[in-house]
Each structure stands twice: as structure tokens, then as C-alpha cells.
Design a binder for this molecule. Structure first.
Ligand code: EPU
Length: 450
């Protein structure tokens, strides 16, 4: 298993470029299953989660090919429509294959994803939406089995207890493109990744109106056709890099930044006293004075994304005064807080909120990543900490950030990827195999007993 050795205390400066969006690419690759022709997706980031999605597609008999940052997908009429537990448990976004499969093939068997480190993540809204379209849904032996002759348009409300569902909207919207008649999705997720999927499907012949608003109107078509598409830049990577500049007192310019889709995040940075200049698709972040504490809630789009909550908490750990952070999307997404405390942060979690008292300095220590964004937060904290931080379980980070340490090092950071001398891979073949799993639940269980 690999780990990061981070030598903190460097001020970051320079220019860095954001890659394609993971959370746009994954549902788009899944939706390719609804298309009988060739699909070419440009700008797909090279990430572990993308590799898992391609592995899932390949396991069904879909032909995929990667060339120069583009992925070509061809799902013939002959593929199998089974998404097995071994792959789905590695990545929850695998569930996005359910809607496209049942809509085109009339049958899908997809494993339920199971537990998750960022809190309770049911898929009841996905299933409710597909059932409203006429799919017969059964839950058997840990699998969802969905059947239909042809889906029929319906009026569906996707509001959940914590707001609309992002991948649920993707699943139901993809399915509705092939349903007979008109589907209205109310309380649809408005995230830019949903809009990108709608653009992709519309280019393939679908008729989806209202993407980016809370009501989608989808007029079903008989079939979709070949398409080429470029995924949007990753707003979470852009935000993470912005925090890297802020936490090190640096000055960096982020190119290919989806500025329009991170306005509430940018406003928050400005409120903290950072200088933020947006010009076309570039964002310059500079620290000019002492930062101010802030209170914020992570919310569905266009609010501050939950996927930037952990990184912002790492920053606030070093901002003098008291800040309050609430996560309204994933109320239990605070596993990073305890690890930040190991680095010297003063953070107390109460329910779905955390109170942060800024400290003067963090000091390097060995820490463990619990999930993707928690890993990013710990890298950021390590960049600012005095001395050395050892970050373990970076397989979480590799799920969502392409060559993250290389990008940071190009800005002056010192982050070294190395084999973990404490890793069980060194001592037994059993761990050698499980370590390749994206979420490595077995490993998590072993380490949770540390
Ligand atoms: N929810 C339900 N029922 C459902 C689905 C969701 O109650 O059927 C609840 C969830 O428990 C949660 C809230 O609704 O409280 C929102 O969950 P959502 O379904 O929107 O999350 P998701 O679609 O599973 C995507 C991203 C996440 C991101 C969330 C929120 C992808 C592949 N994943 O997950 O990204 O945090 O939306 O924006 O798009 C990440 O990249 O690190 C990540 C976790």
C-alpha cells in the first residue's frame, strides 16, 4: 500500500490546471449503456473510480478503449446486465448503471452498494423514481432486480430528507430518456454534473429540458445514437487547489477552473479575507492578510458543496477565532475532524456540526484517510503543518484526484508517494489483493482495530 510523506511549511505559488470532473464522467460512462452506438468521452480523468467504472462496463461485455485522455465505449445489444457486488461495493456511483440498463434492455440486476464512510447513503429515491417509470423492482440477496417492458413517463419527486439526490437524478433522468411519453422530475438535483449528463444525453438524441433547475422535463425517444462529448472540469479539484493556496499563505492561479459553478465557495473564501480573482476560466487565489473565521453549511448546489467541507475545515483549523461548519447533505461526514485534531487542530463535532477554534500552528503526525475528501483535507493540513505528516490509506485519494501530489509539487509543495513500511502488503498476500480495491472495506476493518 502507498502513503504520502508530506514535508509541511512550504508556500505554494504558480499555475496549475484542473482535470475533467470525476462526478460528471462516472454517470456519463454509465449512461453510455443506454446507447447502442459508439460513445467517445473526452477529458475523462485517469482515476481509480473511472478504472472501476470501466471494469464494471467490461464485466458486462461492453467494449471500452482509452486513447489520449478520451474513453471510447461501445455497448452492443448482446451485453449482460449484471453489476456484481465485487465491483459495486468498491464505488457507489456504480449504481448509475441501473437506470440506463433497465431502460434499454428491460432487465438489470445491480448489487446494493452497502456501507459508506461518509454516512448513511440509501438508494431508495433511485428505486422510487424507476418504479414510478413502471419498472418492477425487487430486492433479493443484496441485489436490485429491475424489470420492465418499456418504461412509461411519470411525474416523480426526488426530494430526500437531506435534499435532492445527485446520482438518483442521473439514474432516473437517464432512464426517462427512453421512456414512452413525458417525464417530469421535481426536486431534481441542480449540480453541474447533472447538467453535463443532460448535455451528453441530449447530444445522443434525448430530449431533456430544464437541466440545472429543480424541474426536469424529459420527452422519451425510441433510441439514442452515437455521440462525442467532453466532460466539464472538476469543480471539487479546483476548490481543493484553492484551499491549498489559502492554507499555505500562497498565490496560485488555477486554470480550466469552472468558476461559474463554485461561486458560493469563492464568496466564502472572499469573506475569509482571501483575494480571489476570476478571469474567464482561471482563478487566482492569494493570501494577503490574516484570515477571518466563518460559519458555513454544506448544501446541495448552488450551495457550498459537501465535497469541499473537509478541505475548508482543514483551512479553518488555522484561522484565528471560532468557525462553525454544518453538513446538511451528509450530516455524519466528519471523520476527518479527529485526524485533524491529531495534527493539533481544535475541533469539536456535535451532531451535524463542528466548532473549530483556529490554532496558531499544526504539527506533522501520522494520520489516516477515511474517505476521498477527508484524504484531501489531511494532505492540505499536512502542507501547512510544521514538520512531517505521514498520510496512510491514500487509495482513497487516488479515487478522485489525478496525480495530486505532482500538481502540488509543481507549486512548490514537497509530497512524496512511497510504499508504506507499515503496510500489511509487506507481510501477506491476502492484503496484497484487497489493497487494490478502491474502498478496501477489509483493510478499513483491519485498520479500524488499530
Ligand atoms: N439520499 C437518500 N436517498 C437516496 C439517495 C440519497 O436519502 O436514494 C440522501 C443521502 O443519504 C444524502 C443526500 O440524499 O444525505 C444526498 O445524496 P446524493 O444521492 O445526492 O449523493 P450521491 O449521488 O450518492 C454524489 C457524489 C458525491 C457527493 C454527493 C452530494 C457522485 C458519484 N457522487 O453522491 O461525491 O458528495 O453527490 O453532492 O456524483 C465525492 O466525490 O467525494 C462524493 C462523495
Amino acid at each position: 500500500m502507498e502513503m504520502f510523506l508530506i514535508r509541511g511549511g512550504r508556500t505554494l505559488s504558480g499555475t496549475v490546471r484542473v482535470g475533467g470532473s470525476k462526478n460528471a464522467a462516472l454517470p456519463i460512462l454509465a449512461a453510455s449503456l443506454a446507447i447502442p452506438g459508439a460513445v467517445v468521452v473526452h477529458g475523462v480523468p485517469q482515476l481509480r473510480d473511472v478504472a472501476t467504472m470501466l471494469e464494471l462496463l467490461n464485466s458486462m461485455g461492453v467494449i471500452t478503449e482509452q486513447l489520449n485522455g478520451a474513453v471510447q465505449v461501445y455497448a452492443s445489444d448482446e451485453i449482460t446486465t449484471l453489476a456484481p457486488y465485487e465491483l459495486v461495493r468498491q464505488m457507489r456511483a456504480s449504481v448509475c448503471v441501473l437506470g440506463p440498463l433497465v431502460a434499454r434492455f428491460g432487465l438489470a440486476k445491480v448489487s446494493l452498494p452497502g456501507g459508506c464512510n461518509i454516512g448513511h447513503r440509501p438508494i431508495d429515491l433511485h428505486l422510487k423514481g424507476l418504479a414510478a417509470l413502471g419498472a418492477d423492482i425487487q430486492l433479493t440477496s443484496g441485489y436490485v432486480i429491475a424489470r420492465c417492458r418499456r418504461l412509461k413517463g411519470a411525474d416523480i419527486d426526488l426530494m430526500g430528507p437531506s435534499g435532492p439526490t445527485v446520482t438518483g437524478t442521473c439514474n432516473v433522468m437517464s432512464a426517462a430518456t427512453l421512456a414512452e411519453g413525458c417525464t417530469i422530475i421535481r426536486n431534481a438535483a441542480r449540480e453541474p454534473e447533472v447538467v453535463d449528463l443532460a448535455r451528453f444525453l441530449n447530444s445522443a438524441g434525448a430530449n431533456i429540458q430544464g437541466a440545472g433547475t429543480e424541474t426536469l422535463e424529459i420527452h422519451g425517444v425510441d433510441s439514442l445514437h452515437s455521440v462525442a462529448h467532453t466532460v466539464i472540469p472538476d469543480r471539487i479539484e479546483a476548490g481543493t487547489l484553492a484551499v491549498a493556496a489559502a492554507i499555505t499563505g500562497g498565490d496560485i492561479t488555477i486554470q480550466n477552473a469552472p468558476v461559474a459553478s463554485i461561486t458560493s465557495f469563492v464568496e466564502l473564501l472572499s469573506r475569509m479575507g482571501l483575494s480571489v480573482e476570476a478571469l474567464n476560466d482561471s482563478l487566482r487565489i492569494r493570501t494577503r492578510s490574516e484570515l477571518r473565521p466563518v460559519d458555513f453549511s454544506a448544501e446541495p448546489y448552488p450551495g457550498i458543496p459537501t465535497d469541499l467541507q473537509a478541505q475548508l475545515m482543514a483551512l479553518l483549523a488555522l484561522v484565528p477565532g471560532e468557525s462553525h461548519v454544518t453538513d446538511l447533505v451528509f450530516p455524519e461526514r466528519f471523520m476527518h475532524a479527529a485526524e485533524l485534531v491529531r495534527l493539533g487542530a481544535d475541533i469539536r463535532v456535535h451532531g451535524n456540526s463542528a466548532v473549530i477554534h483556529g490554532v496558531e500552528k499544526l504539527s506533522g503526525a501520522p494520520v489516516m484517510a477515511s474517505d476521498l475528501r477527508a484524504s484531501a483535507a489531511l494532505v492540505l493540513a499536512g502542507l501547512a503543518a510544521e514538520g512531517q505528516t505521514e498520510l496512510r490509506r491514500i487509495y482513497h485519494l487516488d479515487r478522485g484526484y489525478q496525480a495530486f501530489e505532482k500538481k502540488l509539487n509543481s507549486l512548490g509543495a514537497v509530497v512524496e508517494r512511497m510504499q508504506d513500511p507499515l503496510s500489511p502488503t509487506m507481510s501477506g498476500p491476502h492484503f496484497g489483493t484487497t489493497a487494490r480495491n478502491a474502498e478496501s472495506p477489509e483493510l478499513d476493518r483491519v485498520f479500524d482495530q488499530r
